[in-house]
Design a protein around this ligand. Structure first.
Ligand code: PMP
Length: 448
């Protein structure tokens, strides 16, 4: 292998060099255009090359880019915290700024644990989660994640595998059917709580709509109300991991709005700064902060770049752009247009078992047999084939692990919220071509 210096995800693979981006397109140094139907990693929510954001970045850089949070605060950080609280379900949130979604979920976990310590209940220090979940790649976040493949190498360093059943109706892990199931998957959380003992549990964390670990899996409408009731009954804080679903992506500012639940804590990242700078946050309800405000008055966490004015100014500009361009409404309208187009496309493609999602967080799940929902053998690497073939055609889609424990195939489609209907038509045409060609390729192959 040629000696290089940058560690890329796959070391012997060629990655094109992108020269610039505009709107929903990225352009490489060979002049090839890519329709960014994944917003990178479901991040570039307002599209590429937005001048207002660059202006805001410059304006702040001309004042000051960095102040250390142990010494100073800044106007952009204060304003951003207030704006997030004002737009969050029920309001009344505090914001702890960090730099990535993984740091956001870990910070939420630490604050939940500290909350119970300050209340004189230090035994409540476990954070429960579900199988088929992803909360980040750092050790604490990975401990909470049920993403089997991403955990595998670090098992001895991680907490036990997350155990609560996911609300995955397409392939119910409890072999039930909604609504006859009466939300057995939500009640499964209570069974787990009883087994472990609520006196050991600080919080339960879940993605409102399951992203990388499942592919835009939307729970039944009444699922989270039941989850919150169970959490409240057992003095367990509910953390919504909105890293992927937050900030207009699903056709609501926060994914949890679809379910009418106000989480005790939330984790944000990705769309919060839409890829223009690293920025993420843990949002914490007043009542969770209260014992800390009355107790040690300091949260035992933080990063050098936390709450830096440069990233805060960028994120504020992104949120303003989302407001002024009515991108929540756009995600909803464009999302239903795209979902309908994808559903129509799937009717004639036998390997698409399910088309699902909300707003502009959508996915297809691939199966070898539609009626039995039998997944493809892992050796066929169907997800990678689709992602790679789409890439060759100039279409970017995002791989997800399908199946409860990552044994299936799913591909996320989540373009910038600014996408036009003509661009959606192009997206669907390229996606259809891709899936058809992959279907042709694997027919006759046993995946062995
Ligand atoms: N939580 C969720 C729901 C995510 O989708 C991700 C990223 N895919 C993370 C946490 C981790 O975020 P980051 O990659 O920014 O650390």
């Amino acid at each position: 292998m040629k000696r290089e210096h940058l560690i890329k995800p796959v070391l012997d693979r060629h990655y094109p060099t992108i020269e610039y981006g505009k709107g929903v397109f990225l352009y490489d140094d060979q002049g090839k255009a890519y329709l960014d139907a994944s917003s990178g990693a479901v991040t570039a929510g307002i599209g590429h090359g937005v001048q207002e954001i660059v202006d805001a970045m410059l304006e702040q850089a001309n004042k000051v880019s960095f102040v250390y949070r142990s010494q100073f605060t800044s106007e952009p950080a204060e304003k951003l915290a207030k704006k997030l609280s004002d737009s969050a379900p029920g309001g009344d949130y505090w914001a702890f700024f960090v730099n990535s979604g993984s740091e956001a979920t870990e910070t939420a976990m630490k604050i939940a644990i500290q909350h119970w310590q300050e209340k004189g209940r230090p035994g409540k220090n476990k954070v429960l989660s579900r199988r088929m979940s992803y909360h980040g790649i750092t050790m604490g976040a990975l401990s909470m994640s049920g993403h089997v493949l991403r955990r595998r190498r670090f098992i001895p360093l991680l907490e036990d595998l997350p155990v609560a059943s996911p609300p995955y109706c397409y392939r119910c892990p409890l072999n039930k059917t909604y609504p006859d199931c009466r939300l057995a998957c939500a009640d499964d959380l209570e069974t787990v709580v009883k087994r472990i003992g609520a006196e050991h549990i600080a919080a339960f964390i879940a993605e409102p709509i399951i992203g990388a670990a499942g592919g835009a899996v939307v729970p039944p409408e009444d699922y989270y109300k039941r989850i919150k009731e169970i959490c409240d009954r057992h003095d367990i804080l509910f953390i919504a991991d909105e890293v992927m679903t937050g900030i207009a992506r699903t056709g609501a500012m926060f994914g949890m709005e679809h379910f009418g639940v106000e989480p005790d804590l939330m984790a944000l990242g990705k769309g919060m700064s839409a890829g223009y700078t690293p920025m993420a946050a843990a949002l914490v309800k007043d009542h969770v902060m209260e014992p800390i405000l009355n107790g040690s008055k300091s949260i035992m966490s933080g990063h050098t770049y936390s709450a830096n004015p440069q990233s805060a100014a960028v994120s504020l500009a992104v949120l303003d752009y989302i407001d002024s361009h009515r991108l929540v409404e756009s995600a909803k309208a464009k999302g239903s247009y795209l979902l309908n187009r994808m559903r129509r496309m799937a009717e004639t493609i036998g390997i698409i078992g399910d088309v699902r999602g909300k707003g502009l967080l959508l996915a297809i799940e691939l199966v070898s047999d539609r009626s039995s929902k039998l997944p493809f053998p892992p050796g066929l690497a169907v997800t990678s084939r689709i992602v790679d073939k789409a890439f060759d055609k100039g279409l970017l889609v995002y791989p997800a692990a399908g199946g409860v424990d990552g044994e299936g195939d799913a591909v996320i489609v989540a373009p910038p919220l600014t996408i036009s209907e003509e661009e959606i038509d192009l997206l669907v045409r390229l996606l259809e071509e891709t899936v058809r060609e992959v279907m042709q390729e694997i027919s006759g192959s046993d995946g062995g």
